[in-house]
Design a binder for this molecule. Structure first.
Ligand code: MEZ
Length: 551
């Protein structure tokens, strides 16, 4: 396998013994800055200002996002909202943040509906592999956690949000453990803590390399036992307001009945997650298929300001080969225990634990300057020297700690314990988002937001493991804030949307937004009938695994 890369693989193998204990070059501040400015996708000018809404004429947005923010609603112009569901709290989003908010509201006496575009749990939470940060180690403290994240975020983090995140870390782990989350432990029974890029001490707890999946498992099971009404396959098309500036519910689209459902709510919590599936600059993504930035569009139309959305995280180690895995996450945790990043010549060209944005830029630079490895599909990547893990940590370590990685690659006859794998940056995380205060309140009354859809907490570069903590801490915080500040029921109108439509009438073109599903998925608002799906899936390429039903 990988015969096409034989020559380069031989060089990687040949240089390994000399590399094993040699530190790689660490870019100093000015080198790091120059790498970012010349090679990081955020800095290449693929952005513009928008002409409508609260950020008009100010902050720049990636081109693909700007187009969605200026788009028109999928609602017919004459659509008149008549509530079919009345609830106290409507949570939009069925990932970790939404589920946590629902659990926190249980027993409060408030009625809660949770609407999710796909199924409960379908979210970026389940895609998160390497872990969750919490200052539990002996030499650690929330202050230290704060300092690390602030440096990593280029000093642009909202200090109030970040302080809450770090202080709530240990309690959040206790809460998740009590729900049944099985974090890895050492032989002495203490939680096993790993380092991450930018952590000054080991602080990352993990469940092997499926930490987000494990967290979502317990959250999902717990939510299903509550009184929360779960509306699966209900896509949020628009928010509604009382005509006086307060959000009072949403228009959903039930994918199964093919009908809209108008919900009147006293409070709405947006927990719709990220937007990697809008594929900025055509980048592959590690995100869940539902991550199309819908919440950003909905909140923006209501008048919420967005911050730091010129900043996205390109995870340095996305899979680059085989083609069917392109963009999938290869967790940073593998690098944190010794897998080096190595170019086509077998050179360990940069410390693999450099900040994510700098490392991503350095990998892109390496490939653009001709020191990458070209795949048969025309991608170019560099090596992640995964066999190094067993050499450093003992035979079997890679497979024991990263079963998900082994499982994904062995289907393509690649054993990462024996051969390096090719990686290239993948669009991983939306660093910015809806501006919120420390109670998760947005700029618009009646609307709260939590998790990846929000901005400010992580500044312009989130550290590994702070997103799973974010959804836990602020999922809870948003629900507590709603509980203490819940407004009375208000009228349900489309006043905000009408105002937005008038404002955007100067925009040329007819983009409809939110996007709901990525173009490449072929998914539509209404699910495709099973027979159609089978027909569409009948073609196969050499690089797809065999259809297991085809005997
Ligand atoms: O928080 C993350 O982005 C994370 C833990 C990713 C990873 O590399 O596993």
């Amino acid at each position: 396998m990988m015969e096409w890369a034989k020559e380069s693989l031989e060089k990687v193998e040949a240089s390994r013994p000399a590399r094993i204990d040699q530190p790689a070059p660490q870019p100093d501040e000015s080198e790091a800055d120059s790498i970012l400015r010349q090679y990081h996708p955020d800095y290449l000018g693929h952005e513009r200002k928008v002409e409508v809404g609260p950020n008009a004429g100010e902050q720049k947005f990636p081109l693909e996002l700007a187009q969605l923010l200026e788009g028109d609603s999928p609602l017919e112009p004459d659509y008149a909202p008549h509530p079919e569901i009345e609830t106290d709290v409507l949570i939009i989003g069925g990932g970790g943040a939404g589920a946590t908010a629902a659990l926190t509201l249980e027993g409060s006496g408030l009625s809660v509906h949770l609407a999710t575009k796909l199924r409960l749990g379908d979210s970026n939470t389940v895609m998160a592999e390497g872990g969750i940060q919490s200052a539990l180690g002996v030499d650690d403290s929330p202050r230290r956690h704060f300092a690390d994240a602030m440096v990593g975020g280029h000093g642009e983090n909202d200090p109030d949000l970040l302080r809450i995140l770090c202080e709530q870390g240990p309690e959040s782990i206790r809460w998740l453990s009590q729900l049944g989350c099985l974090f890895d432990q050492n032989e002495d029974g203490r939680f096993s803590l790993r380092g991450g890029g930018g952590t000054s001490v080991p602080r990352v707890l993990a469940c092997r390399d499926y930490t987000g999946l494990e967290i979502m498992r317990v959250l999902k099971d717990a939510v299903r036992l509550t009184g929360t009404q779960i509306l699966e396959e209900h896509v949020a098309m628009e928010l509604v307001d009382d005509g006086k500036g307060r959000v009072t519910g949403a228009i959903l689209f039930d994918r199964n009945s093919g009908k809209t459902v108008c919900v009147s709510a006293r409070a709405v919590i947006l927990a719709t997650g990220g937007s990697g599936q809008i594929r900025l600059q055509g980048f592959p993504t590690s995100n869940h298929v539902g991550a199309t930035g819908d919440g950003l569009v909905l909140a923006y139309r209501q008048g919420c300001r967005l911050i730091h959305l010129d900043s996205y995280q390109y995870h340095p180690s996305g899979a680059c080969y085989p083609e069917a895995l392109a963009g999938q996450l290869v967790t940073e945790a593998i690098r944190s225990i010794g897998a080096q990043v190595v170019n086509a010549e077998g050179v360990h060209f940069i410390d693999q634990m450099a900040y994510r944005d700098v490392l991503a830029g350095a990998i892109i630079k390496e490939t653009l300057e001709g020191r990458g490895v070209k795949t048969p599909h025309g991608r170019t990547g560099i090596w992640l020297d995964t066999p190094m893990v067993d050499l450093k940590k003992g035979s079997g370590s890679l497979a024991r700690q990263f079963p998900g990685l082994i499982h994904r690659f062995e289907r393509y006859n690649i054993d990462p314990a024996r051969k390096p794998i090719l990686i290239y940056p993948t669009l991983h995380y939306q660093n910015g988002g809806i501006r919120v205060d420390s109670e998760c309140r947005t700029d618009v009354a009646g609307l709260w937001a939590c998790g990846e859809v929000t901005g400010g907490l992580h500044g312009k570069n989130r550290l590994m493991g702070n997103s799973l903590l974010d959804i836990t801490v602020f999922g809870r915080k948003s629900a507590e804030s709603v509980l203490h500040n819940i407004p009375e029921r208000g009228a349900v109108t489309l006043t905000h949307l009408k105002r937005y439509r008038t404002e955007r009438s100067k925009i040329e073109g007819v983009t409809v937004s939110p996007k709901f599903f990525p173009d490449a998925s072929g998914m539509k608002l209404k699910p495709v009938a099973v027979e159609e799906k089978q027909e569409a899936g009948s073609s196969s390429s050499n690089f797809e695994p065999r259809n297991p039903f085809n005997f």
